[in-house]
Write a protein that binds this ligand. Structure first.
Ligand code: FUB
Length: 469
């Protein structure tokens, strides 16, 4: 695994500099664009919401997590966030060596206990450690001198990560954790640094993958978690499901999906009430330069139904999740019927007109059109029931860095009543990655529009979004 540091951002963090949003951010803007953050845990103390996040430092194109510390962000309005710096790091656990993954802070006994998964230097891979501090901002120190949970813990998870700690009204605290479909739970002793009794395998938590988050509302226990079944997410991605129970260790009843898949493959929830409003805090890959290992924490409002179930969170997507946002104007593609000369059976033609804003040419999280293993010239076509006046198209190309590459060239064509012809006077048909390529032309009135795409030698082509305006 690479250990490269994102130089400027890393230097800022190391210096503990405060990074604040210059102006109130729009809903669901990332809490910061000064560094990549992931795996949020939320805590409210007084008038302040605290977000404890991981810190993604993978380089562009990195293929694995590079995570060495955790940051704390604070806000008084859940909109403007201040980075209080890296308040906990791997080096604070002398027995650990890497992988500062998803943690959570729990207040108890006038102290703040920060439970974190780390790669211990002993046998196995991930362990769960615990740090303690006297305030929500620390300073935090290793509370135990070794793992609280490891592979040698009887009945531990196949991957001991992602702790969530919950304290009930009677003062009893519980820890839930796990990944690789292995959810586990145990009571904590009053000292908060030892398990009390045996580890159980909670029942009824359907499709659990990882990232549990536990809380209580109106006497009902809620467990939200990442699931990656095909019923809610594309292959390799995750959604957030949740279950409820009438006692803290279950049994649980699955209640559905509360957050659809996001633009990163991983998905991680924190659900909390702050100043009378509930929030879903999560991460995605939608910040400029973002990716599966360069994630950004964001949040959206969460609403309840009268029966205590949660409404699915509406993810606010900003214009242009990556460089080059979509052009403004009515996108006539949304009402068109698409067809093509060829689409690979596993790809999704309909993806080209679903209005999704890709974060990069590799972002096929909402499906993609691809014509592998065809080469040469293929076409996409839109048809409408009545003639449309069209003067621009915008094409966001798909490039999977495998058999599908950016095209060699393209052309916009329209049906003139008896044949397809090139749209006269069109500007260059761009083939750039990670952006909307806009082609303009004197308006044509037509019921059919085509994008003729010619591949590079040895490659096929693909499209994530094709707009007609
Ligand atoms: O960030 C590393 C791991 O990815 C977390 O522990 C998981 O929850 C997933 O987000």
């Amino acid at each position: 695994m690479t250990r490269l540091r994102t130089t400027v951002l890393g230097a800022l963090a190391a210096l503990g500099l405060v990074v604040a949003s210059a102006a109130p951010a729009p809903a669901a803007a990332p809490i910061t664009t000064a560094l990549y953050t992931a795996d949020p845990a939320a805590l409210v103390v007084g008038d302040t919401m605290y977000l404890y996040t991981g810190h993604d430092e993978a380089p562009v194109g990195g293929t694995n997590f590079v995570m060495r510390d955790w940051h704390v962000f604070t806000s008084g309005d859940a909109t403007t966030w201040t980075d209080q710096g890296a308040k906990l790091k791997i080096a604070d656990f002398p027995w650990a060596g890497a992988d500062a993954w998803a943690g959570e802070v729990e207040p108890k006994n006038g102290k703040y206990y920060w439970y974190v998964p780390v790669n211990g230097n002993g046998a196995g891979w991930m362990d769960i450690g615990v740090a303690v501090g006297d305030s929500p901002l620390g300073p935090f120190r290793d509370a135990k001198g070794g793992p609280l949970i490891s592979d040698s813990t009887p009945n531990s998870s196949p991957l001991n990560i992602d702790p969530t700690v919950f304290t009930d009204d009677d003062g009893q605290s519980y820890i839930y954790w796990g990944s690789y479909y292995g959810l586990r739970a145990a009571k904590l002793k009053p000292d908060m640094i030892n398990l009390d009794g045996s580890v159980i395998t909670p029942q009824g938590v359907s499709n659990f993958w990882e990232a549990p988050w536990m809380f209580k509302r109106n006497g009902v226990y809620y467990l939200a978690y990442a699931a990656n079944d095909s019923g809610c997410a594309a292959s390799g991605y995750a959604c957030i499901r949740y279950a409820t129970a009438s006692s803290p260790l279950g049994p649980w009843t699955h209640r559905g999906v509360v957050l659809d898949q996001v633009t990163s493959t991983t998905n991680h929830p924190a659900i909390i009430e702050f100043k009378g409003q509930w929030y879903m805090v999560y991460h995605n890959a939608s910040s400029p330069g973002g990716g599966d290992f360069r994630r950004s924490v964001t949040l959206d409002k969460l609403y309840w139904n009268a029966d205590g179930t949660m409404q699915k969170v509406v993810q606010t997507t900003g214009p242009g999740g990556g460089p080059g946002g979509p052009p403004t104007g009515a996108n006539l593609a949304l009402t068109a019927t698409p067809s093509t000369s060829y689409v690979s059976p596993w790809e999704t033609l309909a993806a080209v007109h679903d209005g999704y804003v890709p974060t990069s040419s590799a972002d096929h999280s909402h499906g993609a059109y691809g014509n592998w293993d065809h080469q040469g010239t293929e076409w996409l076509e839109y048809r409408w029931n009545s003639a449309q006046s069209i003067s621009r198209v915008a094409t966001y190309w798909f490039d999977d860095d495998l058999g599908i590459d950016l095209p060699a060239s393209c052309e916009v064509q329209y049906w003139n009543g008896s044949a397809y012809v090139d749209v006269p006077g069109q500007s260059a048909c761009g083939t750039a990655a990670n952006t909307y390529n806009v082609t303009t032309f004197p308006a044509v009135s037509t019921t059919r529009l085509r994008l003729s795409i010619t591949s590079k030698s040895g490659y096929s082509t693909g499209v994530l979004e094709w707009m007609a305006l």
